[in-house]
Design a protein around this ligand. Sequence first.
Ligand SMILES: Nc1ncnc2c1ncn2[C@@H]1O[C@H](COP(=O)(O)OP(=O)(O)OP(=O)(O)O)[C@@H](O)[C@H]1O
Ligand SMILES: [Mg+2]
Length: 260
Amino acid sequence: MARVISIANQKGGVGKTTTAINLAASLAASELRVLLIDSDPQGNSTTGLGIAKTEGMTTIYNVLIGGSPINEAIQPGAYDGLSLIPADKNLVAGNLDLVGVEDRELVLRRAIESIRGEFDYILIDCPPALDLLTLNALVASDSVLVPIQCEFFALEGISQLMDTIERVREAFNQPLEIEGVLLTMYDDRTNLTRQVETDLREFFGRDVFHTVIPRSVRLAEAPSFGQPIIAYDPRSRGAESYIQLAKEVLNHEQKSRTTA
Ligand SMILES: Nc1ncnc2c1ncn2[C@@H]1O[C@H](COP(=O)(O)OP(=O)(O)OP(=O)(O)O)[C@@H](O)[C@H]1O
Ligand SMILES: [Mg+2]
């Protein structure tokens, strides 16, 4: 049964998509069956994996709103061992369209149910909003991974996200865990990065991943070639850091299995 992880932070541009693509590819490189669901109308995970947005392509929108079977939306082999459910701008309407749907927060969870046996990990790249798309992702997930950019306003909005997670736990009777808080665009030459790190480790304690993702031009370039960093520049620090993150996520799951 797949472990389902949402990658969420309503703040824009903090590294959600970069993390979704590269964690997914790094897990797939460990011979695991991985599905990445692009649930952001920007469709950055889709483009970043080199999948062209074509007219008539079955996307997550068709699954959430059109009743398309989820397996029809899966594009296998987006990258070695990694499958993708794409998104495109049609999903902008998804939020509004979902409002009128019965059990509107449960649509993605129910859709994923039928394919959980086919994957080891299902990652969901969320949009920069606490909207119905993000709610659907959280309700469908075992855990949530929160990328936080090392900058002055890093913690802004985080309490709102934590409140939302708590509400999902209560309203849907679901043990939604914190997979971890991930420091992104980390630059240890700056005092600011170090200060933000200290604050976050104090605030979140053991929930912060040991691995940090360095600020790296190579990581920013890779999506324009439609490649995860382990393909684009496997020896880069960015590639190393995402492989390290994948190891932490794997260890985390083993630990939660042995203590369950
Ligand atoms: N570690 C990094 N080093 C350098 N640039 C990065 C890094 N991580 C992400 N970026 C760049 O920062 C920008 C935002 O990253 P990304 O798209 O992953 O964030 P996001 O949270 O998904 O954004 P959105 O909220 O719009 O979906 C992108 O241009 C990306 O290439
Ligand atoms: Mg994104």
